[in-house]
Design a protein around this ligand. Structure first.
Ligand code: TMP
Length: 216
C-alpha cells in the first residue's frame, strides 16, 4: 500500500512551503516521495495552471464555470498520469499541494457552485484515490492576504478576490475538515515555519506508520 497526503489552505497560508519541507523531510528519512501540485503535475495541468492563474491578460474573461471544469480536467489528468501509477505500487508517499478539497472550498464555498455536484465530479475524477491524510493549514485571512501582498512575482486570479471571498473559502475548508476528522488534521498557519513543519511531519509519520504498508 502507498500513501497520499494532501495539503490544503487559502492563498498565503504557507501550504506550498510546507509541502516542500514535508517532502524534503520524508525524503531525508528514506521514503520514496513524489511531490505534486494542483493544478499542475502534467503537461496539461501546467498549461491549465497558466491559464487559470492568468486573470489579467489573455484569460481575464474565463468564466467561473469554465474555471471549475478546467480544475477538474487538470485533476483527472493528474490522477491518470501521476497519482494512480504511483499509488498502485507499494511503499510510495505522494505529497500533493492542493487536491479535491480546493475545488470544494474555492468553487463551491467561494463561488457558490453546488457543493454536492463538485464532490460528485471530484469523485468521478479521482476514483479510489482519496487522500489518506489531508492537512489544513488554517490562517486568518488578514494574515494570509498580507502574505500574498508582500510576495513578489505574478498575482493569481484568486488572490485579488475580495476579503469576503477568502473568508468563505476559509470557512469552507474548516467545514470540510470538521466533516471528516479521520482524514483531516488542522494546523495553525500563524505558527513559525519550523514549528509548523515539525507538526506536519509528525502528523504525516503517524499516518504512514499506522498504515498497512511496509513503510517504516
Ligand atoms: P496555488 O495557491 O497552489 O498556487 O493555487 C492556485 C490558485 O488556484 C489558488 O488561488 C487556489 C486556486 N484553486 C481553485 O480555485 N480551485 C482548485 O481546485 C485548485 C486546485 C486551486
Amino acid at each position: 500500500m502507498s500513501i497520499l497526503i494532501t495539503l490544503e489552505g487559502g492563498d498565503g497560508s504557507g501550504k506550498s512551503t510546507q509541502s516542500r519541507l514535508l517532502s524534503t523531510a520524508l525524503l531525508g528519512r528514506g521514503y520514496n516521495v513524489t511531490s505534486l501540485r494542483e493544478p499542475g503535475g502534467t503537461n496539461l495541468g501546467e498549461n491549465l495552471r497558466e491559464i487559470l492563474n492568468d486573470g489579467q491578460r489573455h484569460h481575464a474573461g474565463l468564466t467561473d464555470m469554465s474555471q471549475l471544469y478546467l480544475f477538474l480536467a487538470a485533476r483527472a489528468q493528474l490522477v491518470a498520469e501521476r497519482i494512480s501509477p504511483v499509488l498502485i505500487e507499494p511503499n510510495n508517499v505522494i505529497i500533493c499541494d492542493r487536491y479535491i478539497d480546493s475545488t470544494v472550498a474555492y468553487q463551491g464555498y467561494g463561488f457558490g457552485f453546488d457543493i454536492n455536484f463538485i464532490k460528485q465530479a471530484n469523485s468521478n475524477a479521482i476514483g479510489d484515490f482519496v487522500p489518506n491524510l489531508t492537512i489544513l493549514i488554517d490562517c486568518p485571512i488578514e494574515t494570509s492576504i498580507a502574505r500574498t501582498i508582500s510576495r513578489t512575482g505574478k498575482v493569481s486570479r484568486f488572490e485579488t478576490k475580495p476579503n469576503d471571498f477568502h473568508q468563505r473559502v476559509r470557512n469552507g475548508f474548516i467545514e470540510l475538515a470538521n466533516e471528516n476528522h479521520d482524514r483531516w488534521k488542522i494546523v495553525d498557519g500563524t505558527l513559525d515555519e519550523k514549528t509548523l513543519s515539525k507538526q506536519i511531519l509528525s502528523l504525516a509519520l503517524e499516518v504512514i506508520k499506522g498504515s498497512d504498508t511496509n513503510l517504516q
